[in-house]
Design a protein around this ligand. Sequence first.
Ligand code: GAR
Length: 195
Amino acid sequence: MRLGVLGSGSGSNLQAILDAIDDGTLAAEVVLVLSDNPDAYILERARLRGIATAVIDCRGYRTRFPEEAQRETVTALQEAGAELVCLAGFMRLIKAPLLEAYPGRILNIHPSLLPAFPGLEAWRQALEAGAVETGCTVHFVDGGMDTGPAIVQARVPVKADDSAESLHARIQVEEHRLYPEAIRRVAAGMAAGGG
Ligand code: GAR
């Protein structure tokens, strides 16, 4: 399974995917890592592994993912031979050009038990709402914000003395286990002819 990974930040989820490939628990190859942020550490992680990288030029838009940039992303992914696209901390909404090129083949990881707490800093939202439990979700991407069918979820307790940072760190431990697991399941479904 050839993976294209998109991220905007530190890329610890990319690292977890690479580690799972290394230890033989995930039969996949990361063929391209793309970021909308030229300074994102996710690009450095890819470079250190000799994986091809590219920066997505979002034409100065802070949060939009312009259609032209999505078309360029599709071209780059297709040229690299990516079969499945994994969003790993990618902070822009995916729309038609990319969704149409990879129907049912784009995954996202989100730090809550969706549909609870979509959007930014979901761990902080959980804390501020007084939730006693939160978690993370890997789901298929549709045109919405953190919507689309869930593939796998993991639960994480919220502790009384949690800060935003300590809660996010506990969620990330589960994310790093969950993302390779979700890719395994989707790849098995694709191999069985399930799309
Ligand atoms: C992860 O916690 C991921 O769930 C979150 O960004 C973080 C990226 O961390 N994504 C979202 O909030 C998407 N709505 P990473 O760069 O270390 O993988």
